[in-house]
Design a binder for this molecule. Structure first.
Ligand code: MV4
Length: 451
């Protein structure tokens, strides 16, 4: 097992990794920017090393500074958390060249899943259902037009280097294919340095459902159930839950088996997620694979009772997963609300202010993963998530009621937050009935005058 892990991240996920390390008897090393000197990960890790000024490109993305910190502290592995360097193939390769374990897949795996068209072909070859469309990259706008005319509209053009909603164009009429093709190609060339596009039938009003996977170095891969992530705003998830209110026991087994087959095909090791779109006929299709621990792994932990962070570290250290993970039953229902320092009355404008005071909710089935404290100054350089409020109940209704109670107990003085937005969301009838899709928030009306 590792003796010391350096955490190349900040905020709640850095604390999450520190806690897992502590329970596993592993020493932790924090790296921090000048803006994070007073952050909790800096205080709670066994050691802390400053890696540069506040802006991310000078600190949390500074691969040389991070590797140097790992070398001077004698760390044997680096945990990247999510965001920052978590899916940076060059950094994974650099770690390997320095004989430091990167707690994530190797550079080749990151690259092959980062290229969305090739990831899709790989999954298709493994028998995972994929959305009908082009095989690999399109060679011209004319090819796109012919294919779209044949399969019928609407279709969607996607940047192969995109993902997470970036570089996509929905096309409803043949006359528009050429123009949208040109726009998407130019944009993705500029944004990603790769202008490859592929085409798919556009699935209207799908749900976003993803399967949590964990694989060990012996070739065992297990599904830890699905998460419902359809409540998103501009591709930022706001609320996640497990299980999905629309996934039956039979569908769960089918999606889990498909995801496991996909991950086994590429010899996947560690924590990973396969994202699916579920259409209104109950058919699911591969969308993307994420090769990192995700923000919302917590809801899967609550319903499986399994510590995914510790499992992820153990897998990279060469331990074999227990075989009972293969017949995991989900217990009860878990929901996560992302509490962001954003003003929901002002188009979710960031509000990076001083936390004048904070009170965390508590009680049975309430978990708060957060790095904030009274007197904490939110740095302006990073994302705006302040806390993940996670509840667990014996069923969905209890979880929703428990979440509303916890949200009402959660007091944050200083910045504007998404807390009041979440209360109204969970009081909405469609949300309570589980009747929503990925477009739900586009029409949801938040009332800033209701308390
Ligand atoms: C789609 C789609 C409909 N049909 N592909 C958005 C994120 C990126 N991973 C792919 N996305 C989509 N791909 C086809 N063929 C609809 C979306 C989509 C979406 C997906 C998941 C969650 C929220 C979304 C919001 C808008 C569009």
């Amino acid at each position: 097992m590792y003796k010391k892990i350096l955490i190349a991240n900040r905020g709640e996920i850095a604390l999450r990794v520190i806690r897992a390390c502590r329970e596993m008897g592993i020493k932790s090393v924090a790296v921090f920017s000048e803006a994070d000197e007073l952050s909790l990960h800096t205080k709670f890790a066994d050691e802390a090393v400053c890696i540069g000024p506040g802006p991310s490109n000078l600190s949390y993305l500074n691969t040389q500074a991070i590797l140097t910190a790992a070398e001077v502290t004698n760390a044997d592995a680096i945990h990247p958390g999510y965001g920052f360097l978590a899916e940076n193939a060059d950094f994974a390769d650099m770690c390997a060249n320095h004989s430091i374990d990167f707690i994530g897949p190797d550079g080749r795996m990151i690259d092959s899943m980062g290229d969305k068209a090739s990831a899709k072909e790989t999954m298709k070859a493994a028998g995972v259902p994929v959305i009908p469309g082009s095989e690999g990259i399109l060679s011209s706008a004319e090819e796109a037009r012919e294919m779209a005319d044949e399969m019928g509209y609407p279709v969607i053009l996607k940047a192969t280097a995109g993902g997470g909603g970036r570089g996509m164009r929905v096309v409803y009429r043949g006359e528009d294919v050429a123009m949208f093709y040109g726009m998407a190609q130019a944009e993705s060339g500029t944004a990603f340095g790769n202008d490859g596009l592929y085409l798919e039938k556009y699935i209207e009003n799908p749900r976003h459902i993803e399967v949590q996977l964990l694989g060990d170095s012996q070739g065992n891969v297990y599904s830890l159930g699905e998460r419902e992530c359809s409540i998103q705003r501009r591709h930022q998830k706001l609320l996640e839950e497990s299980p999905s209110p629309v996934v039956s026991e039979a569908l769960r087994r089918e999606m889990g088996e498909a995801a496991v087959a996909g991950a086994k095909r590429v010899n996947y090791v560690g924590a990973g997620t396969i994202e699916f779109l579920l259409d209104k006929h109950g058919k699911f299709y591969f969308m993307e694979m994420n090769t990192r621990i995700q923000v919302e792994h917590t809801v899967s932990e609550e319903v499986t009772g399994y510590d995914i962070l510790k499992g992820q570290i153990a897998c990279h250290a060469g331990e074999v997963l227990p075989d009972w993970l293969g017949d995991m039953k989900l217990r009860g229902h878990s929901i996560e609300c992302r509490i962001n320092a954003e003003d929901p009355a002002k188009n979710f404008r960031p509000s990076p202010l001083l936390i004048e005071s904070v009170h965390f909710p508590g009680g049975r089935g309430v978990r708060v993963d957060s790095h904030i404290y009274s007197g904490y100054q939110i740095p302006p350089h990073y994302d705006s998530m302040l806390a993940k409020l996670v509840v667990h109940g014996h069923d969905r209704e209890e979880a929703i009621d428990r979440m509303i109670g916890a949200l009402k107990e959660f007091i944050i003085e200083g910045p504007k937050t998404t807390i009041p937005f979440h209360i109204q969301l969970l009081e909405n009838n469609k949300v309570r009935k589980g009747n929503f899709d990925t477009h739900f928030l586009e029409s949801f009306k938040y009332d800033p005058n209701r308390e």
